[in-house]
Design a protein around this ligand. Structure first.
Ligand code: BTN
Length: 272
């Protein structure tokens, strides 16, 4: 049995958790990232969160759309707004990834794979994605952590173009999940990890690399029009991915599109 997915129930489950203390819950909105950016513009505080059952304009990385039908998935955005140094703001994508991975492990009993920079995969399929944005707003700088999780959808419900590459928690485990419980766990995990990250990102980085299978993973990445293939070595202090290519050269990648990843001892998987 899964409980009701409402703002009131989520608030009750959250108790005194600082993330989500200021909460806006929508049956439908364009995009929770958009909605939270508008709210940040009007002064939303650190920890403010937006949840939507459905998004009519859900956005992903690299200009993609994010499949956001009503009734099955989790779409949320959380505001970080407490004077983090700008360099550290760009590392928040790793914090969000670890929070999602730990939440899924706790709620679904499966250990996901984090694919650089912002995807959460299980059995080679994408079950969650993170989109971090820094809208220009008056007052303290704001970073919006947008997190989409495919929770209770069936395979046939996904659009054809992502049916082979995406999956839901329910498809993988054969169970239905209570989305309010899942989100309350996510917010608590974000809160706990954020406190550690704010003091020193090293622990969160180490967790991210553990979920990302470093150093036993090889990436093929489209970067500035060229394809780079190499074994994952590390994340540097700026959050760039360090790969060692076939000639032994260290490549530093700040952004790019993963075309493919290979994990030692695990089946190959498409990068999407
Ligand atoms: C990606 O994998 O490309 C990132 C997907 C991020 C989707 C989430 S759903 C909640 C939030 N609102 C959006 O419009 N996008 C993010």
């Amino acid at each position: 049995m899964t409980g009701e997915f409402t703002g009131e129930r989520l608030k009750t489950l959250l108790g005194d958790c600082p993330i989500g203390r200021d909460l806006r819950f929508h049956t439908s909105t364009d995009s929770t990232n958009e909605e939270l950016s508008r709210w940040a513009n009007e002064g939303a505080p650190h920890g403010a969160a937006v949840v939507a059952d459905q998004q009519t304009g859900g956005r992903g990385r690299l200009g993609r759309t994010w499949f956001s039908p009503p009734g099955v998935n989790s779409h949320t955005s959380v505001l970080v707004r407490d004077a983090l140094p700008p360099k550290r703001q760009s590392l928040l994508v790793y914090l969000a990834g670890v929070a999602v991975a730990e939440t899924i492990r706790e709620c679904a009993g499966i250990s996901p794979f984090l694919k650089w920079p912002n995807d959460v995969h299980v059995s080679g399929k994408k079950i969650s994605g993170v989109l971090c944005e820094s809208p220009a707003v008056p007052g303290a700088p704001a970073v919006v952590l947008g997190i989409g999780i495919n929770v209770n959808g069936r395979g046939e419900d996904f659009p054809e173009e992502i049916r082979d590459t995406a999956a839901s928690l329910s498809q993988i485990t054969g169970r239905q999940f209570d989305r309010a419980l899942l989100l309350s766990s996510l917010y608590r995990t974000l809160d706990r990890l954020y406190k550690s990250f704010r003091h020193d990102p090293a622990t969160v980085f180490a967790l991210w690399k553990q979920f990302a299978g470093f150093p036993n993973v090889t990436y093929r990445i489209l970067h500035n029009g060229a394809t780079i293939q190499g074994g994952a070595v590390d994340l540097d202090a700026d959050g760039a991915l360090l790969l060692r290519d076939g000639q032994g050269r260290l490549k530093k990648i700040h952004s790019g599109e993963v075309l493919e990843y290979m994990r030692e001892g695990v089946e190959d998987a498409s990068g999407h």
